[in-house]
Design a protein around this ligand. Structure first.
Ligand SMILES: Nc1ncnc2c1ncn2[C@@H]1O[C@H](COP(=O)(O)OP(=O)(O)OP(=O)(O)O)[C@@H](O)[C@H]1O
Ligand SMILES: [Mg+2]
Length: 444
Protein backbone atom coordinates (compact mmCIF):
# COMPACT_ATOMS: atom_id res chain seq x y z
CA UNK A 1 0.00 0.00 0.00
CA UNK A 2 1.32 3.46 -0.83
CA UNK A 3 0.73 6.39 1.50
CA UNK A 4 1.66 10.03 1.09
CA UNK A 5 3.74 11.67 3.78
CA UNK A 6 4.32 15.34 4.44
CA UNK A 7 6.90 16.79 6.76
CA UNK A 8 7.16 20.32 8.05
CA UNK A 9 10.57 21.85 8.41
CA UNK A 10 11.61 25.01 10.24
CA UNK A 11 13.27 27.50 7.90
CA UNK A 12 15.38 29.07 10.59
CA UNK A 13 16.81 26.06 12.43
CA UNK A 14 15.93 23.04 10.31
CA UNK A 15 13.80 21.29 12.96
CA UNK A 16 11.42 18.72 11.50
CA UNK A 17 7.84 18.27 12.72
CA UNK A 18 5.08 15.94 11.51
CA UNK A 19 2.49 18.73 11.85
CA UNK A 20 2.48 22.44 11.06
CA UNK A 21 3.13 24.54 14.16
CA UNK A 22 3.01 28.30 14.55
CA UNK A 23 6.08 28.54 16.75
CA UNK A 24 9.15 26.36 16.40
CA UNK A 25 9.66 24.44 19.66
CA UNK A 26 13.44 24.36 19.05
CA UNK A 27 14.43 27.89 18.08
CA UNK A 28 11.26 29.79 18.99
CA UNK A 29 10.82 31.35 15.52
CA UNK A 30 7.25 32.23 14.53
CA UNK A 31 5.64 31.10 11.32
CA UNK A 32 8.85 29.43 10.16
CA UNK A 33 7.52 25.96 9.28
CA UNK A 34 7.21 25.09 5.61
CA UNK A 35 5.87 21.98 3.97
CA UNK A 36 8.54 19.58 2.77
CA UNK A 37 8.61 17.11 -0.13
CA UNK A 38 5.68 14.80 -0.23
CA UNK A 39 7.08 11.33 -0.15
CA UNK A 40 5.46 8.08 -1.06
CA UNK A 41 5.87 5.73 1.80
CA UNK A 42 5.02 2.09 1.50
CA UNK A 43 3.69 0.79 4.75
CA UNK A 44 4.28 -2.83 3.79
CA UNK A 45 7.64 -4.15 4.93
CA UNK A 46 9.80 -4.89 1.95
CA UNK A 47 12.99 -6.92 2.19
CA UNK A 48 15.78 -6.54 -0.27
CA UNK A 49 19.04 -8.42 -0.57
CA UNK A 50 20.55 -6.32 -3.34
CA UNK A 51 23.17 -4.94 -0.99
CA UNK A 52 25.06 -7.18 1.37
CA UNK A 53 27.64 -6.09 3.93
CA UNK A 54 31.29 -6.63 2.94
CA UNK A 55 34.12 -7.27 5.35
CA UNK A 56 36.15 -4.11 5.86
CA UNK A 57 39.36 -6.07 5.43
CA UNK A 58 38.21 -7.25 2.00
CA UNK A 59 37.38 -3.80 0.61
CA UNK A 60 40.02 -2.43 -1.72
CA UNK A 61 41.07 1.09 -0.76
CA UNK A 62 40.71 3.90 -3.29
CA UNK A 63 43.45 6.37 -4.04
CA UNK A 64 42.13 9.87 -3.45
CA UNK A 65 42.45 11.57 -6.80
CA UNK A 66 43.46 15.20 -6.23
CA UNK A 67 43.86 18.01 -8.73
CA UNK A 68 45.57 21.27 -7.97
CA UNK A 69 43.32 24.32 -8.13
CA UNK A 70 46.25 26.40 -9.33
CA UNK A 71 45.99 28.46 -6.14
CA UNK A 72 48.33 27.16 -3.44
CA UNK A 73 46.51 28.61 -0.48
CA UNK A 74 43.23 27.08 -1.65
CA UNK A 75 44.84 23.65 -2.16
CA UNK A 76 46.26 23.79 1.33
CA UNK A 77 42.87 24.48 2.92
CA UNK A 78 41.44 21.50 1.06
CA UNK A 79 44.21 19.29 2.43
CA UNK A 80 46.41 19.20 -0.67
CA UNK A 81 44.21 19.81 -3.70
CA UNK A 82 40.67 19.29 -4.97
CA UNK A 83 39.39 15.73 -4.57
CA UNK A 84 37.69 14.38 -7.69
CA UNK A 85 33.96 13.87 -7.23
CA UNK A 86 33.80 15.85 -4.01
CA UNK A 87 31.28 18.54 -3.11
CA UNK A 88 32.72 21.68 -1.54
CA UNK A 89 30.58 24.38 0.05
CA UNK A 90 32.00 27.90 0.45
CA UNK A 91 30.15 30.29 2.72
CA UNK A 92 30.81 33.92 3.48
CA UNK A 93 29.22 37.30 4.04
CA UNK A 94 27.91 39.33 1.09
CA UNK A 95 30.72 40.92 -0.89
CA UNK A 96 33.53 39.04 0.82
CA UNK A 97 34.72 37.63 -2.51
CA UNK A 98 33.07 34.23 -2.96
CA UNK A 99 32.24 34.73 -6.62
CA UNK A 100 35.70 36.23 -7.18
CA UNK A 101 37.59 33.22 -5.86
CA UNK A 102 35.25 30.81 -7.63
CA UNK A 103 35.83 32.50 -10.98
CA UNK A 104 39.59 32.61 -10.38
CA UNK A 105 39.64 28.88 -9.59
CA UNK A 106 37.40 28.13 -12.58
CA UNK A 107 39.85 29.94 -14.80
CA UNK A 108 42.93 28.21 -13.31
CA UNK A 109 41.24 24.83 -13.84
CA UNK A 110 40.43 25.79 -17.39
CA UNK A 111 44.11 26.63 -17.93
CA UNK A 112 44.84 23.07 -16.81
CA UNK A 113 42.62 21.84 -19.67
CA UNK A 114 39.66 20.93 -17.45
CA UNK A 115 36.18 21.76 -18.67
CA UNK A 116 34.28 23.92 -16.25
CA UNK A 117 30.64 24.97 -16.00
CA UNK A 118 29.88 28.07 -13.95
CA UNK A 119 26.18 28.30 -13.10
CA UNK A 120 25.17 31.66 -11.75
CA UNK A 121 21.73 32.30 -10.36
CA UNK A 122 22.76 35.69 -9.04
CA UNK A 123 24.42 37.42 -11.94
CA UNK A 124 23.89 37.59 -15.67
CA UNK A 125 26.47 36.22 -18.11
CA UNK A 126 27.56 39.75 -19.01
CA UNK A 127 28.06 40.68 -15.34
CA UNK A 128 30.33 37.65 -15.00
CA UNK A 129 32.17 38.68 -18.14
CA UNK A 130 32.73 42.10 -16.59
CA UNK A 131 34.24 40.51 -13.50
CA UNK A 132 36.34 38.16 -15.65
CA UNK A 133 37.74 41.17 -17.50
CA UNK A 134 38.58 42.92 -14.25
CA UNK A 135 40.28 39.77 -12.93
CA UNK A 136 42.03 39.40 -16.30
CA UNK A 137 40.86 35.83 -16.68
CA UNK A 138 40.26 34.79 -20.22
CA UNK A 139 39.44 31.14 -20.14
CA UNK A 140 38.52 29.09 -23.12
CA UNK A 141 37.21 26.09 -21.16
CA UNK A 142 34.79 27.90 -18.86
CA UNK A 143 31.12 27.89 -19.89
CA UNK A 144 28.70 30.22 -18.14
CA UNK A 145 25.11 29.24 -17.51
CA UNK A 146 22.98 32.01 -16.09
CA UNK A 147 19.86 30.37 -14.68
CA UNK A 148 18.10 29.63 -11.45
CA UNK A 149 16.58 26.39 -12.66
CA UNK A 150 18.73 23.38 -11.76
CA UNK A 151 16.97 21.29 -14.41
CA UNK A 152 18.72 23.46 -17.03
CA UNK A 153 22.00 22.18 -15.63
CA UNK A 154 20.97 18.55 -15.86
CA UNK A 155 19.68 19.12 -19.39
CA UNK A 156 23.05 20.52 -20.43
CA UNK A 157 24.91 17.61 -18.88
CA UNK A 158 23.28 15.26 -21.40
CA UNK A 159 25.18 16.94 -24.23
CA UNK A 160 28.36 18.18 -22.58
CA UNK A 161 30.88 16.65 -20.25
CA UNK A 162 32.21 18.84 -17.46
CA UNK A 163 34.92 18.05 -14.92
CA UNK A 164 33.94 20.84 -12.55
CA UNK A 165 30.66 22.57 -11.82
CA UNK A 166 30.36 25.80 -9.84
CA UNK A 167 26.97 26.79 -8.41
CA UNK A 168 26.74 30.45 -7.36
CA UNK A 169 24.76 30.33 -5.09
CA UNK A 170 22.90 27.30 -3.78
CA UNK A 171 20.18 29.56 -2.32
CA UNK A 172 19.26 30.97 -5.73
CA UNK A 173 18.72 27.70 -7.59
CA UNK A 174 15.55 25.63 -7.46
CA UNK A 175 14.11 22.47 -8.92
CA UNK A 176 10.73 22.29 -10.64
CA UNK A 177 10.15 18.94 -8.90
CA UNK A 178 9.13 20.86 -5.78
CA UNK A 179 6.48 23.52 -5.50
CA UNK A 180 8.30 25.72 -3.01
CA UNK A 181 10.35 28.70 -4.15
CA UNK A 182 14.15 28.99 -4.36
CA UNK A 183 15.94 29.51 -1.06
CA UNK A 184 13.50 27.52 1.06
CA UNK A 185 14.90 24.75 3.19
CA UNK A 186 13.21 22.03 1.16
CA UNK A 187 14.61 23.38 -2.14
CA UNK A 188 18.15 23.89 -0.82
CA UNK A 189 18.20 20.37 0.57
CA UNK A 190 16.69 18.78 -2.50
CA UNK A 191 18.95 20.56 -5.00
CA UNK A 192 22.04 19.81 -2.91
CA UNK A 193 21.08 16.14 -2.76
CA UNK A 194 20.75 16.08 -6.56
CA UNK A 195 24.18 17.67 -6.93
CA UNK A 196 25.79 15.29 -4.42
CA UNK A 197 24.36 12.35 -6.34
CA UNK A 198 25.68 13.84 -9.58
CA UNK A 199 29.15 14.31 -8.07
CA UNK A 200 29.33 10.79 -6.68
CA UNK A 201 27.87 8.99 -9.66
CA UNK A 202 29.78 10.80 -12.42
CA UNK A 203 32.93 11.90 -10.65
CA UNK A 204 32.22 15.58 -11.30
CA UNK A 205 33.56 17.94 -8.66
CA UNK A 206 30.96 20.44 -7.48
CA UNK A 207 31.59 23.77 -5.75
CA UNK A 208 28.65 25.39 -4.03
CA UNK A 209 28.58 29.00 -2.91
CA UNK A 210 26.46 29.47 0.20
CA UNK A 211 25.03 32.73 1.49
CA UNK A 212 25.27 33.24 5.21
CA UNK A 213 22.62 34.48 7.62
CA UNK A 214 22.99 37.51 9.91
CA UNK A 215 24.59 35.42 12.64
CA UNK A 216 27.17 34.02 10.25
CA UNK A 217 25.87 30.49 9.58
CA UNK A 218 25.26 29.21 6.08
CA UNK A 219 21.61 29.94 5.23
CA UNK A 220 19.50 26.82 5.08
CA UNK A 221 19.34 23.82 7.31
CA UNK A 222 22.44 22.49 9.04
CA UNK A 223 21.81 19.38 6.98
CA UNK A 224 23.36 21.20 4.01
CA UNK A 225 26.70 21.07 5.79
CA UNK A 226 26.18 17.37 6.53
CA UNK A 227 25.47 16.57 2.89
CA UNK A 228 28.67 17.99 1.42
CA UNK A 229 32.25 16.72 1.84
CA UNK A 230 33.94 19.98 2.70
CA UNK A 231 32.72 23.25 4.21
CA UNK A 232 34.88 26.35 3.90
CA UNK A 233 34.21 29.78 5.35
CA UNK A 234 35.54 32.95 3.84
CA UNK A 235 36.08 35.67 6.43
CA UNK A 236 38.00 38.88 6.66
CA UNK A 237 38.23 42.52 7.29
CA UNK A 238 36.51 44.53 4.57
CA UNK A 239 38.44 47.72 5.10
CA UNK A 240 41.93 46.24 4.81
CA UNK A 241 41.36 43.60 2.22
CA UNK A 242 42.70 40.63 4.17
CA UNK A 243 40.65 37.47 3.59
CA UNK A 244 40.99 34.20 5.47
CA UNK A 245 39.65 30.95 4.08
CA UNK A 246 39.04 28.42 6.82
CA UNK A 247 37.94 24.78 6.61
CA UNK A 248 35.28 23.92 9.20
CA UNK A 249 34.60 20.44 7.88
CA UNK A 250 36.71 18.30 5.58
CA UNK A 251 36.19 14.63 4.80
CA UNK A 252 39.55 14.53 3.01
CA UNK A 253 41.86 16.53 5.24
CA UNK A 254 42.39 18.39 8.46
CA UNK A 255 40.40 21.46 9.42
CA UNK A 256 43.38 23.23 10.90
CA UNK A 257 44.62 24.81 7.72
CA UNK A 258 43.81 28.35 6.66
CA UNK A 259 44.39 30.17 3.40
CA UNK A 260 45.37 33.83 3.37
CA UNK A 261 44.44 36.21 0.60
CA UNK A 262 44.40 39.89 -0.10
CA UNK A 263 41.59 41.49 -2.10
CA UNK A 264 42.98 43.66 -4.88
CA UNK A 265 41.20 45.23 -7.82
CA UNK A 266 42.56 42.45 -10.02
CA UNK A 267 41.18 39.78 -7.68
CA UNK A 268 42.31 37.76 -4.70
CA UNK A 269 46.05 37.44 -4.34
CA UNK A 270 47.68 34.81 -2.17
CA UNK A 271 49.62 36.15 0.76
CA UNK A 272 52.91 34.34 0.91
CA UNK A 273 54.91 36.49 3.28
CA UNK A 274 53.11 36.03 6.52
CA UNK A 275 54.24 39.10 8.35
CA UNK A 276 51.72 41.84 8.91
CA UNK A 277 54.26 44.47 9.73
CA UNK A 278 53.23 48.00 8.88
CA UNK A 279 56.50 49.78 8.26
CA UNK A 280 60.12 49.18 8.97
CA UNK A 281 60.78 52.22 11.18
CA UNK A 282 60.95 51.80 14.92
CA UNK A 283 58.58 53.88 17.04
CA UNK A 284 57.35 53.76 20.63
CA UNK A 285 54.32 51.46 20.98
CA UNK A 286 55.29 48.79 18.47
CA UNK A 287 56.04 45.17 19.38
CA UNK A 288 56.10 41.95 17.41
CA UNK A 289 54.05 38.91 18.39
CA UNK A 290 53.54 35.54 16.76
CA UNK A 291 49.97 34.29 16.61
CA UNK A 292 48.53 31.07 15.26
CA UNK A 293 45.89 30.99 12.53
CA UNK A 294 44.90 27.34 12.49
CA UNK A 295 48.25 25.62 12.59
CA UNK A 296 49.97 28.46 10.86
CA UNK A 297 52.19 30.89 12.76
CA UNK A 298 51.97 34.52 11.64
CA UNK A 299 54.24 37.32 12.79
CA UNK A 300 52.05 40.30 13.61
CA UNK A 301 52.66 43.78 14.84
CA UNK A 302 50.93 44.99 18.00
CA UNK A 303 50.54 48.76 18.15
CA UNK A 304 49.71 50.66 21.27
CA UNK A 305 49.16 54.27 22.17
CA UNK A 306 49.12 55.44 25.76
CA UNK A 307 48.11 59.07 26.24
CA UNK A 308 46.96 61.30 29.10
CA UNK A 309 43.27 61.20 29.76
CA UNK A 310 41.23 64.41 29.92
CA UNK A 311 38.08 62.90 31.34
CA UNK A 312 37.10 61.49 34.70
CA UNK A 313 37.46 57.98 33.52
CA UNK A 314 40.22 56.62 31.33
CA UNK A 315 39.48 55.05 28.00
CA UNK A 316 40.61 51.61 26.79
CA UNK A 317 40.06 50.66 23.19
CA UNK A 318 41.13 47.68 21.09
CA UNK A 319 41.02 46.64 17.51
CA UNK A 320 41.62 42.96 16.80
CA UNK A 321 41.73 41.53 20.30
CA UNK A 322 39.41 40.97 23.25
CA UNK A 323 38.79 44.15 25.28
CA UNK A 324 38.46 42.17 28.52
CA UNK A 325 41.88 40.66 27.96
CA UNK A 326 43.30 44.18 27.54
CA UNK A 327 41.66 45.26 30.81
CA UNK A 328 43.25 42.26 32.51
CA UNK A 329 46.70 42.99 31.11
CA UNK A 330 46.45 46.67 32.16
CA UNK A 331 45.45 45.59 35.68
CA UNK A 332 48.48 43.27 35.81
CA UNK A 333 50.75 46.12 34.64
CA UNK A 334 49.40 48.39 37.37
CA UNK A 335 49.58 45.83 40.16
CA UNK A 336 52.69 43.82 39.29
CA UNK A 337 54.84 46.28 37.38
CA UNK A 338 53.74 49.45 39.16
CA UNK A 339 52.84 51.26 35.93
CA UNK A 340 50.44 54.07 36.73
CA UNK A 341 48.03 53.68 33.83
CA UNK A 342 44.99 54.91 35.80
CA UNK A 343 45.25 58.44 34.37
CA UNK A 344 45.90 57.35 30.80
CA UNK A 345 43.91 56.27 27.77
CA UNK A 346 45.20 53.00 26.29
CA UNK A 347 44.61 52.02 22.68
CA UNK A 348 45.75 48.72 21.16
CA UNK A 349 45.57 47.80 17.51
CA UNK A 350 46.58 44.65 15.65
CA UNK A 351 48.15 45.74 12.37
CA UNK A 352 46.77 44.30 9.15
CA UNK A 353 43.21 43.81 10.39
CA UNK A 354 43.90 40.41 11.89
CA UNK A 355 42.17 39.21 15.01
CA UNK A 356 43.97 37.40 17.78
CA UNK A 357 42.00 35.13 20.02
CA UNK A 358 44.67 33.27 21.93
CA UNK A 359 46.92 34.39 24.79
CA UNK A 360 50.24 33.91 22.92
CA UNK A 361 50.41 37.64 22.13
CA UNK A 362 50.10 38.80 25.78
CA UNK A 363 53.81 39.47 26.22
CA UNK A 364 53.91 41.55 23.04
CA UNK A 365 50.80 43.50 24.10
CA UNK A 366 52.28 44.46 27.49
CA UNK A 367 55.59 45.29 25.81
CA UNK A 368 53.82 47.55 23.28
CA UNK A 369 51.82 49.33 26.01
CA UNK A 370 54.93 49.94 28.16
CA UNK A 371 56.89 51.03 25.10
CA UNK A 372 54.34 53.77 24.40
CA UNK A 373 53.94 54.64 28.10
CA UNK A 374 57.68 55.09 28.59
CA UNK A 375 58.21 56.54 25.08
CA UNK A 376 60.97 54.01 24.36
CA UNK A 377 61.06 52.22 20.98
CA UNK A 378 61.68 48.50 20.77
CA UNK A 379 63.83 47.08 17.99
CA UNK A 380 61.75 45.51 15.22
CA UNK A 381 63.94 42.42 14.92
CA UNK A 382 62.80 41.05 18.27
CA UNK A 383 59.55 39.22 19.04
CA UNK A 384 57.64 38.24 22.17
CA UNK A 385 55.83 34.94 22.58
CA UNK A 386 53.98 33.97 25.74
CA UNK A 387 50.97 34.34 27.99
CA UNK A 388 50.84 36.64 31.03
CA UNK A 389 49.01 35.11 34.00
CA UNK A 390 47.04 36.99 36.66
CA UNK A 391 49.81 36.56 39.21
CA UNK A 392 52.29 38.07 36.79
CA UNK A 393 53.92 34.78 35.80
CA UNK A 394 54.83 34.15 32.16
CA UNK A 395 53.70 30.92 30.56
CA UNK A 396 54.44 29.11 27.31
CA UNK A 397 51.67 28.63 24.77
CA UNK A 398 51.08 25.91 22.16
CA UNK A 399 53.46 25.30 19.23
CA UNK A 400 56.33 27.38 20.66
CA UNK A 401 58.98 25.93 18.31
CA UNK A 402 56.77 26.49 15.30
CA UNK A 403 56.36 30.14 16.24
CA UNK A 404 60.06 30.64 16.93
CA UNK A 405 60.96 29.09 13.58
CA UNK A 406 58.54 31.47 11.87
CA UNK A 407 60.35 34.39 13.55
CA UNK A 408 63.61 33.08 12.18
CA UNK A 409 62.14 32.97 8.67
CA UNK A 410 60.96 36.55 9.01
CA UNK A 411 64.43 37.79 9.92
CA UNK A 412 63.83 38.19 13.65
CA UNK A 413 67.05 37.59 15.56
CA UNK A 414 65.90 37.53 19.18
CA UNK A 415 62.81 36.20 20.98
CA UNK A 416 61.67 36.86 24.54
CA UNK A 417 60.01 33.81 26.05
CA UNK A 418 58.62 32.50 29.36
CA UNK A 419 61.09 30.61 31.57
CA UNK A 420 59.10 27.37 31.33
CA UNK A 421 60.11 26.97 27.68
CA UNK A 422 62.67 24.20 27.94
CA UNK A 423 63.56 23.54 24.32
CA UNK A 424 65.86 25.37 21.94
CA UNK A 425 65.90 26.50 18.32
CA UNK A 426 69.18 27.05 16.56
CA UNK A 427 70.08 30.30 14.89
CA UNK A 428 68.00 32.64 17.05
CA UNK A 429 68.79 34.24 20.39
CA UNK A 430 66.41 33.25 23.19
CA UNK A 431 65.94 35.28 26.37
CA UNK A 432 63.70 33.82 29.09
CA UNK A 433 61.87 35.35 32.06
CA UNK A 434 59.72 34.02 34.87
CA UNK A 435 57.74 37.13 35.81
CA UNK A 436 56.28 40.02 33.86
CA UNK A 437 57.99 42.70 36.02
CA UNK A 438 61.37 41.04 35.58
CA UNK A 439 60.78 40.93 31.81
CA UNK A 440 59.63 44.54 31.43
CA UNK A 441 62.33 45.94 33.71
CA UNK A 442 64.90 44.18 31.58
CA UNK A 443 63.71 45.49 28.21
CA UNK A 444 62.99 49.08 29.35
N1 LIG B 1 36.98 47.32 -8.99
C1 LIG B 1 37.26 46.74 -7.84
N2 LIG B 1 38.41 46.98 -7.21
C2 LIG B 1 38.72 46.38 -6.06
N3 LIG B 1 37.95 45.51 -5.43
C3 LIG B 1 36.78 45.22 -6.01
C4 LIG B 1 36.37 45.80 -7.21
N4 LIG B 1 35.17 45.32 -7.53
C5 LIG B 1 34.84 44.46 -6.53
N5 LIG B 1 35.82 44.41 -5.64
C6 LIG B 1 35.85 43.59 -4.40
O1 LIG B 1 35.15 42.40 -4.63
C7 LIG B 1 34.14 42.25 -3.66
C8 LIG B 1 32.95 41.57 -4.25
O2 LIG B 1 33.36 40.28 -4.56
P1 LIG B 1 32.34 39.12 -4.94
O3 LIG B 1 31.31 39.62 -5.87
O4 LIG B 1 33.17 37.97 -5.32
O5 LIG B 1 31.69 38.84 -3.52
P2 LIG B 1 30.61 37.74 -3.16
O6 LIG B 1 31.07 37.16 -1.86
O7 LIG B 1 30.39 36.83 -4.30
O8 LIG B 1 29.34 38.63 -2.89
P3 LIG B 1 27.79 38.23 -3.00
O9 LIG B 1 27.47 37.55 -1.72
O10 LIG B 1 27.13 39.55 -3.12
O11 LIG B 1 27.64 37.37 -4.18
C9 LIG B 1 33.84 43.62 -3.18
O12 LIG B 1 33.34 43.63 -1.87
C10 LIG B 1 35.18 44.30 -3.27
O13 LIG B 1 35.93 44.03 -2.10
MG1 LIG C 1 28.69 36.46 -5.50
Amino acid sequence: MVKKKTNYICQSCGAVAPKWTGKCPECGAWNSFVEEVIEDVTTKKAYSFENRPILLSEIRGLEVDRTTSGINEFDQVLGGGIVKGSVVLIGGEPGIGKSTIMLQIASKLSDLQKSVLYLSGEESASQIKLRAERLKVNSSNVSILSTTNINDLFGNLEENIFDFIFIDSIQTVYSKDLNSSAGTVGQIRYVTQLLVELAKSRGITVFLVGQVTKDGAIAGPKVLEHLVDTVLYFEGDYTRGIRILRAVKNRFGSTNEVGLFEMKSEGLKEITTLAFINSSETAPGRAMAVTLEGTRPIVIEIQSLVSNTYFNFSKRNVNGMDLNRLHMLIAILEKKVGANLGQTDVFVNIAGGLKINEPGADMAVVAAIMSSFREISLPLNVAFIGEVGLTGELRSVSSMNFRINECKKMGISKVYLPADYDDSVEGIEIVKFKKVDEFLNYIF
